[in-house]
Design a binder for this molecule. Structure first.
Ligand SMILES: [Zn+2]
Length: 65
């Protein structure tokens, strides 16, 4: 029988949504890497900050080029 890891019931004040880094954006890629590193070491505040920065990073639409 497989062992099932039960989800940890943590009541976060806000659901932490993983922001989608924009493909081809170096800044988003760097932030995504920083976020992954933060997750790896359990640094939640840095992970959340990285998510916020990814979400806020402006990406002007490429038009008329
Ligand atoms: Zn970006």
């Amino acid at each position: 029988m497989p062992r099932i890891c039960r989800a940890v019931h943590l009541k976060d004040p806000l659901p932490v949504l993983e922001a989608e880094p924009v493909a081809g954006c170096d800044v988003c890629a760097a932030l995504a890497r920083q976020r992954a590193d933060a997750h790896a070491i359990g640094d939640k505040s840095t992970a959340i900050d990285s998510n916020i920065e990814i979400r806020r990073h402006p990406h002007p639409k490429r038009e008329g080029r």
